[in-house]
Structures are given as C-alpha cells and as structure tokens.
Ligand binder design. Structure first.
Ligand SMILES: Nc1nc2c(c(=O)[nH]1)N[C@H]1C(S)=C(S)[C@@H](COP(=O)(O)OP(=O)(O)OC[C@H]3O[C@@H](n4cnc5c(N)ncnc54)[C@H](O)[C@@H]3O)O[C@H]1N2
Ligand code: MOO
Length: 418
C-alpha cells in the first residue's frame, strides 16, 4: 500500500485520487505514525485501543466452580454431611464415598466430588443425611471451559469497550497496554462566520465549530473546548500561526474552509509554509472533493496531521467520514474501518467519474437504504436524518435492490430511532 506523499506547494491541486485509494492511503499514514503505547488501569481504558493481544493469565474459570447452591457429593447417596464450602473458600478433598459438603454458587468444588446436587432437589433425612438424584448434566464449570491460560482472546488493535474491560478483569489483568486517544484540535476558517445569533446580510453561522469536535470525539479523539479556535482571521500569517500553535499539542488538526484556491483560501499556502507533505490532496468524491490530509513532522521527529475539511458543511462531514475516520483508526493502531453493505430501497444517481457519497436513512424494519432530502453540500438538514452515506461507485448509478457499501455516521444506539 502506498504511503507516498507530495510536498505542499501552495499551488493548485493535483488531479483527485480515487476515494478507496484515499481511505487506504490515510489509514496507512496513520498506522505508520501510530501513537505511543502506555499501560492504563482497566477502568481508564474505555475508548482506547488494545496495543497487544488480550491473553488470559489463568484458565477461565480458574478452578472447578459450582454453578448452583446445593451439595457436592461423592459416590452414591445417602450422603453424610462433612462440611460446607462458600464462594471464596478452598475446600479440603472429599475422600470418602457417601460424604458431602454443602456448597454455594461460585464456590470451588472439592477434589473427589462426583456430582453437585441442587438444594431444591435434595432432602434431609431424620438422621441428618442428604438424599436426592443429581442431574445427569454437570452442575459445575470446569477449569478452562471458557479459555485456557495464555490463550489469546482478542488481537492487538481491538477497540476497548465495556465488554472488553470486563473480560480483561475476569482474565486477572490490572492494566492494559493501550494506544491513547489521538489529541485533536479544530481551526475554523472564514471571516463571514458568526458564532452566535441568526444568519443574514452575507453572514452565516459557523455550523462546524460546535459540531466537528463532537464527531471527532465519537471517532475516539480527545478534544476539549480550548482545542477549538476560530474564526481565524483570513490572512496567511494568521493561518500559519494558528496551525503552528495547534500542531504544538495536537496529533491531528482539522481545519474547515479554505481548501480551494479563492482569494482568501490560505490553507494550501499555509501548509507549504509549514513544510507539510500531502498524504491526499483532493479526492474524486462528491460532495467534498477538495478535502485533504497533510503530514507535518514535529521537532521530535513524530508525524502530526492536518485534515483540511471543505467549508461547505455537508462536504466537511464527507471529509470526516472519508479521511479523518481512517486516519484516526490508523493512529490508534486499528484496522481500516470495514464498510457494511446495504440494499438500496430507491434509485440513487451516480456522479460520473467520481464516487457519490449519498446521505441515506436505513429503514428499521427491512434494513433498506433510502436517500434523504435536503442534501446540498451547503446543507445539514439531510445529515441530521441520515444513518450514513451510501457509496455509489464511479461510472455506476445506484439501482433499487443493489447492494452498496455504507459509510456509517458514528451514531450511538437510539440516535436515529423514531
Ligand atoms: N471556482 C470554484 N469554486 C469552487 C469550487 C470549484 O470547483 N471551483 N468548488 C466548490 C466546492 S465543491 C467546495 S466544497 C467549496 C470548498 O471551499 P473551501 O473549502 O475553500 O471553503 P470556503 O470557500 O471557505 O467556504 C465554502 C462555503 O462554506 C461556507 N462555510 C465555510 N465554513 C463554514 C462553517 N464553519 N459553517 C458554515 N458554513 C461554512 C462558506 O460560507 C461558503 O459558503 O468551494 C466551492 N467553490
Ligand atoms: O464538493 Mo463541494 O465539496 O460540494 O461542496
């Protein structure tokens, strides 16, 4: 896979590259600059990424464990009661046929036991013996039934979620080696932008300053209120200064606007001033084609990235899902996000030689994807109803019934339920 880059010259863009190649290229660049690994306490690992395989320290379960409350018996009954074992205890062996110990759920089954009899299926005789018929299926879990000591349960690169944390704890681990969340910053370009109040008279509200950080967090980035700057004054020195300052602390700086070559579009010249290399510079995708990712090498030799999101708000989100998501996955040591397939429930037009990323909602009942309305690149109304973007390949149109990839928005459960 190519990780070839080109120096930023500040001049007009090179021909766009294909959308799939762009995803692969930024992912490879991210992986090549994957963030350092550190051990973290389990409770502090949600959202990070396993930097080594998850292996269990012991067999699971680690000892023969009763799954019911009852009697651990040896041989045939009736059984004489010789003791009791609760969860947490280590019982002595049952050495004689016809003996039993009372046992609690989760307690270690004594060596020598031949069966566990459920308490509700047992009786006490007048001479204080226990009778009953143990079920034919075992009532305890054998060591190693779930996993054997040293077994690899999850590979490096696995995103850590609450289920992974619980599994790690049950394996006897106290910390996990993780790649930390990438630190992100956002620079908003555009003198025409208002940060409060209604738009009008040539001014529009900055729709990206408040929303892009929230999307970045859903991709696993750490980004706080202080990491958002803008609108940055529309001059080249102001752009260079703002980028330099943000690159001081961030692994990834996203910018919005100024990706074209208009009179006040300073992103390309600013990247040239910072000696950046393009990983991707314009992509054959609609909307959003002027998107870019550039790499800047810090004084410490470590790569930092600038993701240039086009100013049109929907195009900025197309750039996030197309380039930022794979780049962030690479930085975390994760694989390139796989794209699920959906069946188109309606026709979706193609965009000639370009890939078309078409906003769709997904029907909750039959799972089919349907285009939403209000999807101009300057609009966000369609995005707020959509589950993601259907991918219509270059030179094709999306026919009803066709299976196509879906680039999902990083939504949480229930966010598009009605
Ligand atoms: N001569 C050409 N002009 C344009 C072309 C082209 O091919 N030739 N492509 C258009 C396309 S497509 C896009 S996308 C935009 C990309 O432009 P920039 O990234 O340079 O963005 P701006 O010019 O700064 O802004 C474009 C548009 O978006 C509005 N905007 C910007 N930031 C925000 C924000 N944070 N919140 C809300 N709206 C924002 C801005 O006011 C403009 O209306 O270039 C086209 N031009
Ligand atoms: O392609 Mo631009 O990115 O539509 O608005």
């Amino acid at each position: 896979m190519s990780t070839k880059t080109a120096p930023a010259t500040g001049r007009a863009a090179a021909p766009p590259i294909g959308w799939d190649e762009a995803r692969s290229r930024v992912h490879a660049a991210g992986l090549a600059a994957a963030l350092p690994v550190a051990a973290r306490p389990l409770a502090d690992t949600d959202g990070h990424t396993l930097a080594a395989p998850l292996t269990t320290r012991t067999d699971l379960p680690a000892f023969p464990t009763s799954s019911v409350d009852g009697w651990a018996v040896r041989g045939a009954g009736p059984w004489r009661v010789v003791g009791r074992v609760l969860a947490g205890g280590t019982p002595p062996p049952l050495t004689e046929d016809g003996t039993t110990v009372e046992i609690a759920t989760g307690a270690m089954v004594p060596e020598g036991a031949t069966a566990v009899l459920r308490v509700e299926e047992s009786e006490r005789t007048t001479d204080d013996r226990v009778t009953g018929t143990p079920r034919s299926t075992p009532e305890w879990r054998k060591p190693g039934e779930e996993a054997y000591a040293g077994e690899e349960l999850l590979p490096a690169g696995t995103p850590i979620d609450p289920a992974v944390i619980g599994l790690a704890a049950s394996c006897g681990l106290d910390t996990l080696p993780v790649r930390r969340a990438p630190r992100a910053a956002l620079l908003v370009f555009g003198d025409e932008l208002l940060t409060a109040g209604p738009p009008g008279a040539g001014r529009v509200r900055d729709a990206l300053g408040p929303s892009v950080p929230a999307w970045l967090r859903r991709y696993g980035c750490a980004v706080g209120a202080d990491d958002v700057t803008g609108p940055v004054v529309d001059t080249l020195p102001a752009h260079v200064d703002a980028l330099r300052a943000a690159l001081d602390t961030a692994d990834l700086v996203c910018t919005t606007g100024g990706t074209m070559h208009g009179p006040v579009d300073h992103l390309h010249p600013a990247l040239a001033a910072l000696d950046a290399d393009y990983v991707v510079n314009t992509v054959a995708v609609r909307p959003g084609f002027p998107m870019l990712v550039a790499r800047v090498t810090g004084a410490d030799g470590r790569a930092r990235f600038v993701a240039g999101l086009p100013g049109n708000p929907q195009s900025a989100i197309v750039a996030l899902v197309s380039l930022v998501a794979p780049l962030v996955a690479g930085l975390q040591g994760r694989s390139l996000p796989a794209l699920p397939e959906v069946t188109l429930g309606e026709a979706v037009p193609g965009r000639g030689d370009f890939t078309h990323l078409a906003l769709v909602r997904v029907d909750e009942v039959d799972g089919t994807a349907h285009p939403v309305r209000h999807v101009g690149s300057a609009m966000l109304r369609g995005l707020a109803r959509a589950a993601g973007f259907a991918v219509i390949r270059p030179g094709t149109t999306g026919e009803p019934g066709a299976r196509v990839p879906l680039v999902p928005l990083p939504l949480l459960a229930g966010e598009r339920a009605r």
